[in-house]
Design a protein around this ligand. Structure first.
Ligand SMILES: [Zn+2]
Length: 144
């Protein structure tokens, strides 16, 4: 591999870069708010991240959440609802159509509610760790 194709390591954070607390950023994102200020909306539509915060102007378009939000949503909802479905199927004597109608609606509604929360938390995580373009460097100069 030619040496020119190896990306240079990201420079270490300097004192000029303020700390970005991970937990606070993720909680603000999970609340669908800007991870920088906590006031502006993170999303301009259901799962469309706003290009920038309406309150502080922080650029949010650098995120690369990709498939992680649905992956975590399916994992979390599955681990919560599947035991409940199993438990209810062994203890409640409901007609199968009613039983499955309820659970299909519950699964879909749970996923639709959880998905933006998890995506917001992941964008907050990426912002706090200065991943992708969140450090101010162009996306082409990042390794992550
Ligand atoms: Zn903001």
């Amino acid at each position: 591999m030619p040496i020119e194709t190896i990306a240079a390591p990201r420079p270490l954070p300097t004192a000029a870069e303020p700390d970005r607390p991970v937990w606070q950023s993720m909680m603000r994102g999970a609340a669908l708010r800007c991870p920088a200020c906590g006031y502006g909306r993170m999303f301009r539509a259901y799962l469309k991240v706003a290009d920038e915060c309406t309150a502080c102007g922080e650029e949010l378009h650098h995120h690369r959440a990709d498939d992680a939000p649905p992956y975590f949503t399916i994992t979390i909802i599955g681990h919560i609802l599947l035991p409940l479905i199993w438990w209810s199927s062994t203890t409640i004597a409901a007609p199968p159509l009613w039983f499955w109608s309820f659970w299909v609606v519950a699964i879909i509604a749970s996923c639709l509610v959880t998905l933006p929360v998890i995506k917001g938390a992941l964008v907050g995580l990426q912002w706090s760790r200065r991943m992708h373009g969140f450090s101010g460097l162009p996306d082409s100069e990042h390794r992550m």
